[in-house]
Design a protein around this ligand. Structure first.
Ligand SMILES: *Cc1c(COP(=O)(O)O)cnc(C)c1O
Length: 355
């Protein structure tokens, strides 16, 4: 049966990126060696990582003065690395969800945190910029709330570095990189298998803290060695490169934005129209990447039945996060429009049976 992969992360990747990785694991470009067993210092891998860095710079039009790093440790390690490298006394965090909360927890090890939040995570705080203390060392945002399904698609101007966790909407739309000090994320949502973390860092924001930083946690270590201070995640970086090539062939980040918007609009319209379902997030804050919905009150008891129905039709990963319940359809770059159409079809079919 054809599967429709709506997993939230690790998640769907372009088939061509997976095929290329499978080939390279057997034989890397006719070298007679597996990608999984070449040295990270070989000229073959050097070309791969350099091409990936350059392609990311090209696709996002990253200005001079920034470095693209591919590290281990996930976005979660960045929660600690960011304050380790940037915080002297104080930072402001826009708390828009579970991941932001985890970032705040780590930042508190290093200093004072201004925690800016709403009562709940179903909408984004409005006018929050005014709450950022002018003497903060940086301001941290999480552009997409993977779990509740809100998204902040705006670049901000502050008189301090803006740091963004873009794990779950990276490369799904253009961003003005010049407005950020650091953009980071786990690549397993939109770019690669789990294991590689991307960090785009502006070099002039570093070196301003008084504390000593352990070697591996210091961004300058990785900048100086161009992500090869120690063994990077070789195989995921190769897939990441193939995904970037696929993005380029499909219209770049503007093309990804068009795809994402079209698919998200289709699904949100059906959620609004269908008698059985309703969305959970304030309309103006809805994510294009993680589309959350629940059963309408009078159909609450059909939740499990719809889930089983969807599973029987080949749908994977549409259960909402355990802290929210209901359903979550993750609409990452590689998810084909046909999968969204198929989901809409079964929602309609279920409505015919039940409503
Ligand atoms: C998935 C996710 C993370 C965690 O990423 P890891 O690579 O597993 O540490 C952090 N932030 C956001 C927004 C996420 O979606």
């Amino acid at each position: 049966m054809k599967k429709h992969n709506f997993n939230a992360g690790p998640s769907i990747l372009p088939q061509q990126a997976l095929d290329k990785t499978a080939e390279a694991i057997k034989d890397l470009d006719g070298t007679g060696l597996s990608l999984a067993s070449v040295s990270h210092r070989s000229k073959e891998f050097d070309a791969i990582i350099k091409e990936a860095q350059q392609l990311m710079k090209d696709l996002l039009e990253i200005p001079e003065g920034y470095h693209v790093l591919f590290l281990g440790g996930g976005a979660s390690l960045q929660f600690a690395m960011v304050p380790y490298n940037l915080m002297n006394k104080k930072a402001a965090y826009l708390n828009t969800g579970n991941w932001a909360k985890k970032a705040i927890k780590e930042a508190k090890f290093f200093g004072e945190v201004k925690d800016i939040k709403n009562d709940d995570y179903y909408s984004l705080p409005k006018g929050w910029e005014k709450e950022v203390p002018s003497d903060a060392d940086y301001v941290h945002i999480t552009t997409n709330n993977t779990i509740f399904g809100t998204e902040l698609r705006q670049d901000f101007d502050f008189n301090m570095p803006v740091v963004a966790d873009m794990s779950s909407d990276f490369m799904s739309r253009p961003v003005d990189v010049s407005k950020y000090g650091i953009i980071y994320g786990g690549a397993q949502k939109n770019l690669a298998p789990a294991g590689v973390t991307f960090v785009i860092v502006r070099e002039d924001i570093l070196g301003k803290v008084d504390r000593k930083i352990p070697t591996l946690l210091d961004y300058n270590t990785h900048i100086e060695k161009d992500s090869l201070f120690h063994t990077p995640p070789v195989v995921p970086i190769y897939t990441l490169l193939q995904t970037l090539k696929w993005i380029k062939e499909n219209g770049g980040v503007k093309g990804m934005e068009k795809r994402a918007k079209e698919k998200a609009d289709m699904l949100y319209s059906e959620i609004e129209r269908n008698k059985l379902f309703k969305g959970t997030v304030a309309k103006e804050d809805r994510s294009r990447m993680n589309i959350c919905f629940v059963m309408n009150e009078e159909y609450q008891d059909l939740e499990k039945e719809f889930f089983d129905f969807a599973t029987s039709k080949g749908f994977v990963g549409i259960k909402g996060h355990r802290s929210v319940g209901g359903f979550r359809a993750s609409n990452y770059n590689a998810l084909p429009k046909e999968s969204v159409e198929a989901l809409i079809d079964i929602m309609k079919e279920f409505e015919k049976q039940k409503a």
